[in-house]
Write a protein of this length. Structure first.
Length: 347
């Protein structure tokens, strides 16, 4: 048992050191989430095996320790099962709520659809899909299950990485605070969502004396003025002087927000991106793809909107990394196809 403990301790130290390395060098990759969760998992495994070892040593004189250990194990399993059920419930509840509040748009069905998919794949088919072991449909289900589990894993890593990138404990002094635009109300009015971004940007600017705000956003098809102009007017009403504001009014996408805003900065400038919390990580990935170093800050968003928006952001991230995702799903498909052919040939 001592040898096992030493092996797991070594793995934990490797994972933890890797996590610290990623934090210091480039935390805008999924390696941040992967090394963090690997550190948590191996640490929990270390504690679990230590408890097993202690229980084995002292159970002869203290038989009640076995009951305590089993209780801890059952509690962990119950927590995992409960977490899965709660997450599915949140997906469905938030999905219904956002449809009722935000309207009948296809993007508002993402949360509800994901919750239903999890129920179908994880619960309904295993209990009611009575197919023979050599039936091709079984392998179709296995392919769907493995693909679903893969994307659940990637989503978990994405979530942890996104949280990590919202925390900025030791920040360099910022020269610019880039506030990313969003759609305007009635063609020229800042929406509550966009106002939250601007308010957060003003807070950060005040924490960095001498810094300037860059209001970034072009003019959409149903807008009468560029978003950057409307954002600047909103900030001026809050008492921010014009000389503290730079307007970027050409961008149409988040990628262009970052690219055009960076062109307005001085050389070797340090800057941050301000957007809603669910959007920060994808914005940072787009900045990384342009070779730009920056940090991100999140503005508050209505809680019922956040989960659906986060799923939309995750899908957008999958699109950004589509070559990698297609490759991995393709590998899963090939392996399932080989297994199905091999199984049918034997039978």
């Amino acid at each position: 048992m001592l040898e096992v403990l030493l092996i797991i301790l070594s793995i934990f130290l490797i994972c933890f050191v890797s996590f610290i390395y990623v934090l210091k060098h480039e935390r805008r990759t999924l390696w941040a989430g992967m090394t963090f969760t690997a550190s948590l998992f191996t640490f929990a495994l270390l504690i679990f095996i230590s408890l097993m070892d202690l229980t084995d040593i002292y159970s002869k004189n203290h038989p009640w320790l076995i009951s305590v250990f089993l209780l801890i194990l059952l509690s962990i399993l119950a927590f995992i099962a409960g977490t899965i059920l709660v997450l599915i419930g949140m997906f469905i509840y938030n999905g219904i709520k956002i449809i009722l509040k935000e309207g009948n748009h296809w993007t508002n069905y993402l949360s509800l659809g994901l919750g239903i998919l999890f129920i179908l794949v994880l619960f309904i088919y295993p209990n009611f899909g009575h197919f023979y072991i050599n039936d091709w449909v079984t392998y179709v289900y296995i392919f769907i299950l493995l693909t679903t589990l893969y994307f659940i894993y990637i989503m978990i890593m994405y979530t942890f990485t996104a949280w990590i990138n919202l925390v900025n404990p030791k920040n360099p002094h910022l020269d610019y605070v880039v506030v990313l635009g969003a759609g305007l109300l009635h063609g020229d009015q800042v929406s509550p969502l966009l106002a939250a971004r601007i308010n957060r940007g003003i807070e950060i600017m005040k924490e960095n004396p001498g810094s300037k705000l860059i209001m970034s956003g072009g003019q959409g098809g149903n807008e009468t003025i560029p978003e950057g102009v409307a954002m600047a007017k909103y900030a001026e009403k809050l008492g921010i002087s014009k000389d503290k504001i730079i307007i970027e009014n050409k961008s149409k996408t988040t990628y262009e927000n970052i690219m055009f805003s960076h062109k307005l900065m001085g050389p070797n400038s340090k800057f941050c991106l301000v957007t809603n919390s669910y959007h920060v990580y994808r914005a940072l990935v787009l900045a990384k793809n342009q070779g730009l170093k920056c940090i991100g800050y999140g503005a508050k968003t209505k809680w019922y909107f956040t989960l659906n928006a986060f799923i939309r952001e995750f899908i957008a991230y999958v699109v950004i990394t589509k070559r990698l995702q297609i490759t991995i799903v393709g590998i899963i498909f090939v392996l399932c196809s080989i297994a199905a052919v091999f199984d049918n040939l034997i039978l």
